[in-house]
Design a protein around this ligand. Structure first.
Ligand code: FDA
Length: 408
């Protein structure tokens, strides 16, 4: 078997892999990117509904979850949203802020992928697609890695490199090329893996909430979704499968199977006060009449069935204050228990991954094996919705490229 040598081999031609590739090559390094998929950057193309929410203007470490909440600080402090925006501007890509600092392409996600591929081409990066990796070993004496690779419909061959960078992403959306390969390599070289979970993902329900969601599929409202770890004031969407929308996706980053979540269905009002006050001013009204300005009719009737069916036809004057207050509390803090999530099939991100306590935060190099690096989503870092996951891909890739590029 023939063998070719590179300064750095990057496994994964996604967001972090492509970014790291050209930045490393700019230092004069010979860089090869391998990917088993037939196309580079498939997730970039799918992202942001086809418009790629490529960064957020308001990056803070608080927007990221992982066992070690401090890990992201170093990389984010050295490469921020303003740096990526400069790159986007250099390529003349038109973009806009949608809301909450989220930057999207005006035209298409393709612009971001083409920008990365153009930068790679200009820097002399070689990309080999349709290539799977059968094995990785470290030749300790020569301080190099040897990879056995197998291109589709061609003979296997070997590759050698001084720096091996794992940029294989998480497990979400297997049809876009996701695999557990990065975790396998990490384990092989002595790393531990923080258990992975589908995240930024809709919740499913097998109880009456599931039935309610099916009836209300398509209805959306502004809520506060919360649990004891986080809360998000954003829209929620009822679907045929359960509860989705930004509020639910964000909360999924902080949820474990078996836990209850809370939903404030009318965050603009204290509903207990609203009902007790209405009882005094309009004692002949029904509860649904008081609440009708705040909910679409379909939802209001469903809430009635859920929360005040027994007193639905009673005038407020005939309902005790305590009962009105209890109904108000149910609406302001609806407690529900998801049976699960829609899983990796639709999840935007994977929570968990390579344990960041075993990775150097400044360079992304493994503390277990010198010359081995992990970047992007394969690490135990998951961002909030809103461009934070790409920000992590760019920042972690940048940190790694600086270290590899300057290592002579
Ligand atoms: P990424 O998944 O981009 O790349 C991994 C690469 O490794 C892939 O090309 C894959 O084929 C390759 N690979 C995997 N296993 C391999 C193996 N065994 N051998 C060889 N190659 C292998 N984030 C955000 O900030 N804004 C947004 O708008 C969106 N939108 C969005 C939409 C959808 C539908 C999804 C699924 C995700 C998003 N995200 C997002 C999240 C974002 O896409 C994600 O966090 C980054 O792409 C992660 O970048 P990585 O480089 O780590 O992995």
């Amino acid at each position: 078997m023939s063998s070719q040598e590179f300064d750095a081999i990057i496994i994964g031609a996604g967001a972090s892999g492509l970014f790291c590739a050209f930045h490393t090559a700019l230092y004069g390094k010979q860089v090869l990117v391998l990917d088993h998929a037939n196309k580079a950057g498939k997730k970039i193309l799918m992202s942001g509904g086809g418009r790629c929410n490529f960064v957020n203007l308001h990056i803070t470490p608080n927007e990221f979850v992982g066992q070690n909440r401090h890990f992201v600080k170093s990389a984010l402090s050295r490469y921020g949203s303003e740096d990526f925006i400069k790159l986007v501007q250099k390529h003349g890509i038109a973009y806009h802020e949608k809301s909450h600092g989220e930057l999207f392409c005006d035209e298409s996600s393709k612009d971001i992928l083409n920008m990365l591929l153009d930068e790679c081409a200009d820097a002399g990066v070689e990309i080999r697609l349709n290539t799977s990796i059968d094995g990785v070993v470290k030749d300790e004496q020569a301080d190099r890695f040897v990879l056995s690779v197998c291109p589709k419909n061609a003979k296997p061959y070997r590759l050698g490199c001084r720096h091996l960078i794992i940029a294989t992403g998480g497990l979400s959306i297997p049809t876009l090329g996701a695999s557990g390969f990065g975790y396998q390599v990490a384990t092989q070289f002595g790393h531990t893996i923080v258990p992975t979970e589908a995240s930024l993902v809709p919740f499913t329900f097998t109880d009456k909430v599931g039935e309610l969601a099916r009836q209300l599929a398509g209805v959306s409202l502004d809520v506060i979704a919360f649990n004891d770890k986080a809360s998000f004031a954003l829209p929620m969407l009822f679907t045929h499968r359960g509860l989705s929308g930004p509020a639910m996706l964000q909360l999924s980053n902080y949820w474990q199977l078996g836990e209850t979540i809370g939903v404030n269905l009318l965050p603009t009002h204290d509903v207990a006060t609203l009902l007790v006050t209405a009882k005094k001013s309009h004692p002949k009204q029904l509860i649904r009449t008081v609440l009708s300005p705040y909910f679409p009719k379909k939802l209001l009737m469903a809430l009635q069935e859920l929360f005040w069916q027994a007193v639905a036809e009673l005038e407020l004057a005939n309902i005790k204050d305590k009962q009105l207050k209890d109904i108000g509390r149910l609406i302001n803090a609806w407690q529900i228990k998801p049976s699960g999530t829609e899983g990796y099939r639709v999840a935007e991100v994977t929570r968990g991954g390579v344990n960041t306590d075993e990775i150097k935060g400044k360079t992304m190099e493994s503390k277990c094996c010198s010359g081995l690096y992990f970047i992007g989503e394969v690490l135990d870092v998951a961002g909030h919705l809103g461009g934070f996951n790409f920000m992590w891909a760019w920042a972690s890739a940048y940190a790694c490229s600086e270290a590899v590029g300057m290592d002579w």
